[in-house]
Design a binder for this molecule. Structure first.
Ligand code: CA
Length: 222
């Protein structure tokens, strides 16, 4: 199955070079230059993965992410932007992005991240996962009693991984490989950002995620 990539980028030169780069690697890539076109294309559901620039001429790329998730579209989204800083990174992941890459990026690194995201997206589905009062559904939801939250695909996969390992320390390298598909250390705090986001989103749920310094994270159902 060929991965179809949508590149949302108003810099025509960059968009063209990305399309060419992905094509040379056997992936199908196409580019659009505005948020409105991106939303229309994503709604057609033939896109497997989107790379979204934040500075677009019409709506902000963050809005593209938010509206895509609001429409129930779960394809992996990688934000590619020049906006640096933890706040921007957190905002993108909060909005429902799966990864965040700063411009300028080496094409090989971008390709590795795209492959990692699409590998995870093609992972088999699984039956609802229950632990104590917590049920992690395969529809991006988590419920506990009458509490319910819907997560981004990456956060949902991270949560499911930690719930499966309940009470144990899940090591950073294992999580990066199993959840993010990284066979290398991406050298960013992407994992920590996802974990702190999960903690905030799931405040009030009967679970706690502890950071085990130098090792990883441990989820406990309370
Ligand atoms: Ca731009």
């Amino acid at each position: 199955v060929t991965t179809r990539i949508l590149i949302v980028e108003d810099n025509a030169l960059l968009a063209a070079s990305l399309v060419m780069g992905f094509s040379e690697d056997g992936l199908l890539a196409e580019a659009v230059a505005s948020g409105a076109l991106a939303l229309a294309r994503l709604a057609s559901s033939s896109i497997d993965l989107a790379i979204v620039d934040l500075g677009l001429p019409d709506i902000d790329g963050m809005q593209v992410v938010v509206r895509t998730r609001a429409a129930g579209i779960g394809c992996p989204i990688l934000v590619l932007t020049a906006r640096d800083g933890v706040a921007a990174r957190v905002a993108a992941l909060d909005a429902g992005a799966d990864d965040y890459v700063l411009k300028p990026v080496a094409f090989d690194e971008l390709l590795a991240r795209v492959r990692a995201l699409s590998r995870r997206a093609q992972a088999p589905r699984w039956p609802p996962l229950a632990h104590g009062k917590i049920v992690v559904g395969d529809d991006l939801s988590i419920t506990a009693g009458d509490q319910r939250a819907v997560l981004s695909p990456k956060q949902h996969a991270l949560l499911a991984y930690l719930v499966r390992r309940e009470g144990e320390v899940a090591r950073r390298a294992e999580i990066l490989l199993e959840v993010f598909g990284y066979r290398f250390d991406p050298g960013t705090n992407v994992l920590d950002v996802h974990v702190s986001h999960l903690r905030r989103r799931l405040a009030g749920f009967p679970l706690v995620i502890t950071t085990v310094r130098g090792l990883g994270f441990r989820l406990e159902v309370t």
